[in-house]
Design a protein around this ligand. Structure first.
Ligand code: ZN
Length: 405
């Protein structure tokens, strides 16, 4: 069967849900005869899913649902995703494939720090580790003392964490001088956008190889793609999903190699299938076959979210560009925060960055101010702070706080 046939089966199934009956009302699946027809279907956005609360996305009868997960509703109504036994099994199969791609085996001891519960992260890391036959250590987040003690005593070999929590642990291990008691060899890090500088720090301080794992709660959870040892782009498990890269402004499909938003259609999901789901994650497709020999297509590391992009005094600012800029300045750490305020009729951007070099703080501030103006186009207020002053988070870290609205 070709891609279009698979997609049509997925659409037909999705239309069993209350949500898609409404969202695709007036659409006859048999009229979809080409990929161009498919690309005319309306997108599904997170806001639409909120409107389907609580169970409008459910596409099978109750006796087939075995569990739900929910995406963190930072604003208002959460999104609830029901899973069938097949969905849970498929997710574990994809996750096992991720661990294998990263070179993990059943001899590894996998230290899992992402949260358990409604959030999909912890349990996904766990199910994949168990299917692999590895030794799972289901820590969950928090309690750094205990994390480090268990890591030493149980000789954990693989750390699963968000990038900001991996950094926090790396810093603590360094501070306590216990690096030689740590047995980690790999880090499998949740797909937050993170700069090269942060990656190098975590890899260097922990002495591990790092892998970026991709996923989102609406589409199973983490584990739908990961990079391989050959390169930083992520292989995507396209037997379970079809993806497109679109222009986030116009919604048009972009030519291969252009940066845009990744839009995902689930091909095998039973509980809550999604068609043309807008992830708001920005990336680009990488062409050609990977040196590792895998047939699975690749996308580049996520460079940011289309909704993280902010406009200040006419300049468009992507957090990833700020990452890159700070990475080029000696003495500036990877940790920073941007505050945008509106005062006296003017937008003010303040950039805080961490540095270990107190004596050079003033000069570093001037350098960052100059480079920011040169490369991004506006002059920020720049403030150096001490290492560890900015918050580290166990979940995804927020870099930009827009206080204008
Ligand atoms: Zn590869």
């Amino acid at each position: 069967m070709n891609t279009l046939d698979n997609i049509k089966i997925a659409i037909k199934h999705a239309m069993n849900s209350e949500f898609y009956q409404k969202h695709f009302s007036g659409i006859n699946v048999d009229d979809i005869r080409s990929m161009q027809d498919f690309q005319k279907l309306p997108f599904t956005d997170k806001e639409d899913l909120r409107d389907a609360y609580p169970l409008g996305l459910q596409a099978v009868s109750d006796e087939k649902i075995i569990r739900i997960h929910s995406s963190s509703g930072t604003t208002g109504t959460p999104v609830i995703i029901p899973y069938t036994q097949k969905d849970v099994n498929d997710w574990a199969i994809m996750f096992k494939r991720c661990y294998e791609t990263a070179g993990c085996t059943n001899m590894d001891r996998i230290h899992i720090t992402p949260g358990y519960g409604l959030w999909t992260a912890g349990i996904g890391f766990q199910a994949g580790a168990e299917l692999l036959g590895a030794f799972a250590i289901p820590m969950g987040p928090g309690n750094t003392d205990k994390q480090i003690k268990m890591m030493i005593d149980l000789k954990s070999t693989v750390l699963c964490a968000t990038s900001s929590y991996a950094l926090l642990l790396a810093e603590e291990i360094e501070k306590r001088g216990v690096r030689d008691k740590i047995h980690l060899r790999k880090g499998v890090i949740g797909s937050e956008r993170w700069g090269e500088k942060m990656r190098k720090r975590i890899a260097g301080e922990l002495g591990v190889e790092l892998y970026d794992i991709y996923g989102l709660t609406e589409i199973y959870g983490p584990g739908i793609g990961i990079n391989c040892p050959k390169q930083s782009a992520m292989h995507m498990w396209t037997d379970y999903m079809y993806y497109e890269i679109i222009d986030p402004k116009t919604g048009e499909l972009l030519p291969e190699g252009s940066t845009g938003e990744i839009v995902i259609t689930t091909l095998q999901k039973e509980g809550a299938p999604l068609i043309r789901y807008r992830t708001h994650d920005l990336t680009k497709a990488i062409s050609g076959k990977c040196e590792c020999g895998s047939e699975y297509p690749r996308i580049d590391t996520i460079i940011g979210r289309s909704d993280d992009m902010v406009k200040v005094r006419g300049a468009i600012i992507y957090p990833s560009r700020v990452d890159e800029l700070l990475a080029t300045i000696e003495g500036v750490s990877s940790e920073y925060q941007i505050m945008i305020d509106h005062m006296n009729g003017k937008d003010i951007l303040t950039l805080f960055f961490e540095t270990a070099d107190k004596d050079s703080a003033y000069n570093l501030e001037k350098t960052v101010e100059y480079e920011f103006k040169e490369r991004i186009g506006i002059t920020p207020n720049v403030k150096a702070v001490a290492m560890g002053d900015l918050p580290r988070s166990e979940k995804k870290s927020t870099r930009v706080f827009d206080n204008r609205y």
